[in-house]
Write a protein that binds this ligand. Structure first.
Ligand SMILES: C[S@@+](CC[C@H](N)C(=O)[O-])C[C@H]1O[C@@H](n2cnc3c(N)ncnc32)[C@H](O)[C@@H]1O
Length: 956
């Protein structure tokens, strides 16, 4: 089969993809992330663009020169539309993307598509001819979902049953019930014979309806645990629903003279909202021994006491004794940790009302008698699970009795109403198929099971908002979820919510979030989801386009975290998906994660397990990867990974080379892949709270690979270097022309560099040993640095001097003598440089002119000694002070000086990056990022007749 390069192997509109991916992180309504939590989901925009560009031919494969470039631009424009969140359900844009994919599939098969082919025919063509897309590490399902949206058959696999269920809920179940009206009696009487339901809005409506039914039934059963509270007249009087009960854990003070049950709380604040401040004030009851503490609520001006626990330990609020964590741990482990109610938050008519606790409230909370509780032990995972240190060792320990009661009630009712849903479905005319959902059923029984699946996901949402790990957010005045971090931390004060209130985390809002996510899935073509190890993915398609996002070394302990949800899902779904829920907890042994605690504390063993597993998975991927299409693999790296280090190239540049990154590259290469591209993507939210500061994922790199030919040659180090020097510069020029941000250039350069390295079966060092990936990365970086330095040939002498000076002194002053020596080497003079207006020389010192001191009305036409250096500084200044239009006008006036100016911005960025000058680096990066827009604006400005004259003075 002839291999046609796909767009992703040549170029991408990275900036637009990254912009939309970053934006998507703040989008909630209709986003699959609201269906169920999964950690480190990839943005849909990234996945959509990566899939599209992996399927569509690069125009260079069928057109030449300018025509290819023009066509590429057209495809870029389409991608820019495609990645916008607003276009997720836009038929025009999605159909246009499907048509492009179909064209490339047809080209691959030697077929042609008829002109003016209708969208339905495109869909049929894709169904018949396009290969399926497989993601064997599917997690939260972003990649399979986007494959389905693009009209392809999506296959997903994951080891974890919770992830498998999420994928089923996104791509497998909805298409079976697409374009059907809701079955609930209320809707039936409303819609009559109308069957024009598009997509899965009918299913979503039923999820809401039966969710409401479950709520009403649950209320009847357990409303006594959630009594309303009396609101004081100053807050409007009457009665109000409780939003949250705020508790502090307590242990006995170790001071024998005190012995009080001391409250442990990180804060006494209730609300820090401006104008609505409220806090709790502890009051000692001196008349009893040991001392007892009660709480009053204060509002208005003032400030609460500091909390009683901080990072160093606790303090007894009664006697002031410092109490070490050891004591708290010992008390917890001995089962003597308790909790005291500090305040009650209610839903007043005019907003939140904060009330002091009452005995009655405490008594009611203690009256809860859960019928069942998840008694399984929490995983032994000292990094992510902190509560076992304090005696909270089982899943049920993470919940109060009332929370357990609510969760078991809701999950029991979800089970209970299944028969009723089936009955309603039959009444609505659904076929009386008895095939279960698990076996591909599409009848009434399967439909009722599907409703159970979605409501079970809502139970999980309730659990996430309803454990004693949830804290009270005093800024947003609402409950924070359990997984505010990718971990279960120990917390001292916690917020217990009310599933029947109107506030965050109530049952109906959980149901609505699920329904909203369901309503937005494409549900076009059938999807296929399997549970299992990626390395032995069987039973799926024989060949598939693979796009996948494997685990990142030791970043996230998915299986441990997912158990929190698994125990609740199992309650509802063990009969519907027996093979997913047959184990006590989720499978751990085969999970690809390099966590030493699974290997008796051995880092080495953990590393081996991960490397071996990933290797096997890549080998399997290599076997089933559809020839003719690249495999895309996501790698999310941390800015500072544990055990990672920067590798210095011989002339001081840096590349990211951490254990995880190298393992990934080595795994791919050893499995027989050649790497043909690396694209840095902004896939992770940087300001997210992260576990112990270790999991801060900044970004991902998408690695584009294809199988290495069996007859790939062996090379020496010298041969590799000379091939890099030949092949890397044109690739880098292409990247720069596409205005790739300077911050991304080094990462993107790895792609073409690794393409050279991995085109050999082996590269041998002088001693005959095969070269490591790490060394190859260092060489690639070295060539990148040299390329940057060589671009200096484009500049005038003054600019060459300024770059060299900048590299040594930055914007600080340096000795006049040095400046003069350097000026000789660069064929200029200090006097001349001063005349160009780029430096100031005084008192035996020389300093580059600070950007702010450049003349604001600079006119390049009138500058008798024009330099690229000042062009760059003026562009940045104009952009910062006067915006894009003014900068575009200046760019236009720069004419042929503009290309060298852009290259200089790259060069200066790389110097700043190496030297750690973050502020300056940002200025150059911003200029390059704005470049395409400036060019676009500049192109709209009519040419000036004087233009030709302007550059007579500019000499290289
Ligand atoms: C980085 S996540 C995928 C995230 C996903 N792309 C998303 O957007 O949500 C990696 C996934 O690999 C799964 N996993 C770990 N070990 C596995 C194995 N041996 N086989 C298959 N899946 C595995 C984890 O359960 C996790 O869901």
């Amino acid at each position: 089969m002839t291999y046609r390069k796909k767009l992703i192997e040549v170029s991408l509109p990275l900036e637009a993809i990254n912009r939309e991916s970053a934006r998507e992180k703040s989008i909630r309504h209709g986003h699959p992330s609201t269906l169920h939590l999964w950690w480190s989901r990839k943005p849909l925009a990234t996945c959509r663009a990566v899939l599209f560009a992996s399927l569509v031919d690069d125009p260079g494969e069928y057109l030449e020169g300018a025509a290819a470039e023009e066509e590429r631009q057209r495809l870029f424009n389409l991608i820019e539309e495609l990645v916008k969140w607003e276009n997720t359900g836009n038929e025009r844009v999605i159909n246009a993307a499907r048509l492009e994919i179909a064209r490339s599939v047809a080209r691959q098969k030697g077929m042609t598509l008829a002109d003016g082919i209708a969208p339905e025919q495109v869909n049929t063509f894709l169904a018949e001819h396009a290969p399926p897309v497989l993601d064997p590490f599917a997690g939260g399902g972003s990649i399979p979902l986007e494959a389905q949206r693009l009209g392809l058959k999506a296959c997903a696999g994951d080891l974890n049953p919770v992830a498998v269920l999420i994928n089923k809920a996104l791509i497998e179940i909805p298409p079976r019930f697409a374009n059907m009206p809701p079955v609930n009696p209320e809707a039936r009487s409303r819609i009559g014979g109308d069957v024009s339901f598009k997509g899965v809005t009918g299913l979503a409506e039923d999820i809401r309806y039966y969710g409401r039914m479950v709520r009403d039934m649950a209320y009847e059963k357990i409303c006594h645990l959630y009594p309303k509270v009396k609101v004081p007249p100053e807050y409007g009087g009457g009665e109000a629903n409780v939003i949250a009960w705020l508790w502090a854990r307590t242990v006995k003070c170790p001071n024998p003279a005190c012995g009080a049950q001391m409250p442990l709380t990180s804060k006494f604040w209730l609300s820090k909202r401006k104008g609505n401040e409220a806090w709790v004030e502890p009051v000692m009851n001196n008349n009893v021994s040991p001392l007892e503490i009660s709480f009053k609520v204060k509002t208005g001006k003032g400030k609460p006491k500091d909390g009683t626990v901080n990072r160093r330990g606790a303090t007894c609020i009664c006697c002031g004794t410092p109490v070490p964590f050891d004591h708290i741990r010992a008390e917890g482990r001995a089962g003597r940790m308790s909790a005291q109610l500090m305040a009650v938050v209610a839903e007043g008519q005019r907003g939140r009302v904060y009330l002091a606790p009452t005995r009655e409230q405490v008594k009611i909370a203690a009256a809860a008698k859960p019928g069942w509780e998840p008694e399984s032990d929490l995983p032994h995972n000292p990094r992510d699970f902190k509560t076992p240190n304090y005696g909270m060792t089982t899943f049920s320990d993470l919940f109060t009795p009332r929370q357990l009661d609510a969760l078991t009630t809701f999950s029991g009712l979800v089970n209970q109403i299944r028969q009723l849903v089936e009955h309603d479905a039959l009444e609505a005319g659904m076929p009386n198929g008895q095939t279960s959902l698990n076996k591909g059923g599409t009848g009434a029984k399967a439909y009722a099971e599907a409703i159970s699946v979605y409501l079970a996901l809502a139970v999980d949402k309730l659990a996430d908002r309803g454990s004693s790990i949830c804290s009270w957010d005093v800024g947003y005045v609402k409950i924070r979820n359990t997984f505010a971090r990718q971990a279960i931390p120990m917390n001292w004060d916690f917020a217990e919510g009310n599933p029947f209130s109107e506030s965050t985390g109530n049952w109906l809002s959980c149901v609505n979030w699920v329904a909203e996510a369901v309503a937005a899935v494409p549900a076009t073509r059938g999807g296929e989801v399997r549970m299992g190890e990626a390395s032995s993915y069987t039973g799926g398609p024989a060949w598939a386009i693979i796009s996948t996002d494997p685990p990142y070394y030791d970043n996230i302990g998915y299986a441990d975290l997912a158990d929190f949800f698994y125990v609740w899902l199992k309650q509802v779904l063990k009969d519907i998906y027996p093979e997913l829920f047959r184990t006590m907890l989720t499978p751990k042994n085969e999970e690809l994660v390099a966590t030493p605690y699974r290997f008796g504390g051995s880092r080495e063993e953990a590393k081996k397990h991960f490397e071996r597993g990933l290797q096997k998975a890549f080998q399997q991927i290599c076997k089933i990867a559809e020839q003719g299409y690249p495999v895309t693999v996501y790698y999310a790296f941390k800015q500072a990974e544990d055990g990672g280090e920067d590798v210095a190239s011989e002339n001081g540049g840096r590349v990211v080379a951490s254990t995880g990154w190298e393992t990934m590259l080595t795994g791919l290469v050893t499995a027989g892949f050649q790497i043909t591209g690396t694209w840095p993507m902004r896939t992770e939210l940087s300001n997210r709270p992260v576990a112990a500061g270790t999991n801060a994922l900044a970004s991902s790199i998408v690695l584009v690979c294809r199988p290495r030919p069996a007859d790939a040659p062996v090379a020496t180090r010298r041969e590799l270097l000379s091939a890099l020097k030949k092949q890397l510069p044109p690739a880098l020029r292409k990247l720069q022309r596409s205005a790739i941000a300077p911050v991304d250039l080094a990462q993107s350069a790895i792609g073409p560099g690794m393409a050279v390295f991995t085109s050999y079966s082996k590269v041998l060092e002088a001693d005959g040993a095969p070269m490591t990936v790490r060394t190859a990365l260092a060489l690639i970086n070295q060539v990148l640095d040299e390329y940057m330095a060589e671009q200096e040939g484009e500049y005038d002498s003054d600019t060459r001097w300024a770059v060299a000076w900048f590299e040594q002194y930055g914007m600080a002053a340096g000795p006049y003598g040095d400046a003069e020596t350097l000026s000789k080497a660069k064929n200029t003079s200090v006097g001349g440089l001063a005349q160009s207006g780029i430096l100031i020389a005084r008192a035996g010192q020389v300093q580059l002119l600070a950007r702010e001191d450049y003349q604001s009305d600079w006119d390049p036409a009138a500058d008798r000694r024009l330099t690229v250096w000042e062009a760059v500084q003026h562009l940045i200044l104009t952009l910062e002070k006067h915006g894009e239009d003014a900068a575009a006008r200046l760019l236009k006036r720069l004419g042929p000086l503009s290309d060298p100016a852009r290259d200089l911005a790259y060069r200066l960025y790389s110097i700043c990056d190496r030297k750690g000058w973050a502020g300056e680096a940002l200025a150059y990066n911003s200029l390059v990022v704005a470049w395409p827009r400036l060019l676009e604006l500049a192109a709209r400005i009519p040419d000036q007749p004087v233009q030709g004259q302007l550059f007579l003075d500019y000499k290289v």
